[in-house]
Ligand binder design. Structure first.
Ligand code: BT5
Length: 266
């Protein structure tokens, strides 16, 4: 069982209090309940097992018990709801920085929320918000990272597209150490946002994503777009040059396939 005391960061903004559950439906759902009951910013909830671990759009996040990190962090940012997308990009940066710092790995972020190694998914991020037009009440930032998973423990259809830190390094990973370092990286980048340094975070995201010029296909509500990525706007939208219409599309949500092999990130 994960040790809360080995993850907690006393007196700090994020992770001052860490709750560990043996099993829960989804750490995001459970933390949302606590947020509704008035829990403070920085509360962290981790679970050894989730019975209804969630991805985006009703998809599933699969994580065998006791192997990985399934963590949700409660944020109560003081900026407006339109900036909430920043949290997803920020989390990808913090995960990538932690993987590099602790293990020397060179991950790549896939827009908007996957962290990959050798084109295989190692981490998914699900940020969920409650807000009025004027302000954010809270954001539940959910992060799932494959740490000690062996890809063969996943359902067959996911095996070829997933990896874990342990599988990449060929050794067991200390999960508390990873969780604690990740909270440290998240906090540093979160404080940057508060200090108005969003462009710095976006620049870091671009370095990890190496997305400029990447050939993609995007399934949008109104059809398939294919072409090179022109960039990511300040609001997190992906700009893709649609070869068919010879015009640029801005994509705010959707599923993106990368067509050529990944370029290495920094
Ligand atoms: C995500 O969604 O990648 C967000 C996953 C967030 C999980 C965390 S765990 C803590 C917190 N509590 C929750 O309930 N959720 C969050 P999406 O981009 O929709 O990707 C989901 C897809 O990733 C699935 O449809 C599978 O194809 C793939 N997948 C599922 N489990 C995986 C795993 N362990 N490793 C790699 N790929 C996986």
């Amino acid at each position: 069982m994960l040790l809360a005391e080995a993850i907690a960061r006393s007196g700090r903004r994020l992770g001052h209090t860490v709750l560990v559950e043996a099993e829960t439906g989804s750490t995001n759902d459970e933390l949302r309940g606590r947020a509704e009951a008035g829990a403070p910013e920085g509360l962290v909830l981790v679970a050894e097992a989730q019975t209804r671990g969630r991805g985006r759009l009703g998809r599933q996040w699969v994580s065998p018990a006791g192997k990985n990190l399934a963590m949700s962090v409660l944020l109560r940012p003081r900026w407006s709801a339109e900036h909430s997308f920043r949290i997803t990009l920020l989390a990808g940066v913090a995960v990538s920085e932690t993987l590099k710092k602790l293990y020397g790995l060179q991950p790549r972020i896939k827009w908007p929320n996957d962290v990959l190694i050798r084109d295989r998914k190692l981490c998914g991020i699900l940020a969920e918000m409650k807000a009025t037009a004027a302000e954010v009440d809270y954001i539940v930032l959910g992060i799932g990272v494959n740490l000690n998973l062996r890809p063969e423990e996943l359902p067959e259809e996911l095996r070829a597209s997933a990896t874990s830190v342990g599988a990449e390094l060929g050794r067991p990973i200390a999960r508390e150490e990873f969780a604690r370092s990740l909270l440290e990286a998240l906090e540093a980048r979160y404080l940057s946002l508060e200090q108005g340094r969003w462009l710095e975070v976006l620049e870091a995201w671009h370095r990890w994503a190496a997305i400029q010029g990447q050939e993609v296909t995007v399934e949008t509500g109104s059809g398939l777009i294919q072409g090179p990525v022109q960039g990511v706007d300040e609001d997190g939208a992906l700009r893709v040059f649609d070869r068919q219409t010879q015009s640029e599309s801005r994509i705010l949500a959707g599923d993106v396939q990368y067509l050529r092999p990944a370029k290495p990130s920094p």
